[in-house]
Design a binder for this molecule. Structure first.
Ligand SMILES: [Zn+2]
Length: 148
């Protein structure tokens, strides 16, 4: 499918020919659902490759989003493997559970920012103590004296 797209819209920048690309996946470079794709000109041999997903600090974005999506619908690694097999997708990331931590950290950060934003725009003062990855609500005081 990618072969058709490349060959119908692209010209080789080195030899200026059309309908000249072989597009292939390098399966040994797969990282979970992220693949390495390269396009090679049949005439001059020039080649360009790229991963199919952006790199993020925790790995590849597609893997992080996949694990997050699976967790949001209550699915763990075993069911994710079945899902990928049935959908004819590459297997999910081998270190599936390792991606829980960056997802959890991002959720914690978003939750904390949301609470800070709430505090800055409301009449509610909340004292929070962040305890490892859990936010413990210590006290909630409605401040009637603030004018906003
Ligand atoms: Zn070429």
């Amino acid at each position: 499918m990618l072969n058709d797209i490349f060959n119908n819209i692209a010209k080789c920048r080195y030899c200026d020919r059309s309908f000249c690309f072989d597009v292939a996946e390098n399966k040994s470079s797969r990282r979970g659902l992220a693949s390495s794709i390269s396009a090679t000109c049949k005439y001059c041999g020039s080649s360009h490759g790229s991963m199919t997903s952006n790199s993020v600090p925790a790995g590849y974005e597609v893997n992080l989003r996949f694990v997050y999506g699976m967790r949001c619908i209550g699915i763990g690694k075993s069911a994710a493997q079945t899902f990928c097999a049935l959908m004819n997708l590459p297997p999910p990331p081998a270190k599936f559970e390792r991606l829980y931590t960056p997802i959890f950290n991002a959720l914690e950060t978003a939750s904390s920012r949301s609470m800070v934003s709430l505090l800055s725009t409301s009449r509610i003062d909340i004292i929070l103590i962040t305890f490892s990855a859990k936010i413990v609500l210590i006290s909630l005081c409605i401040n009637h004296t603030k004018d906003r």
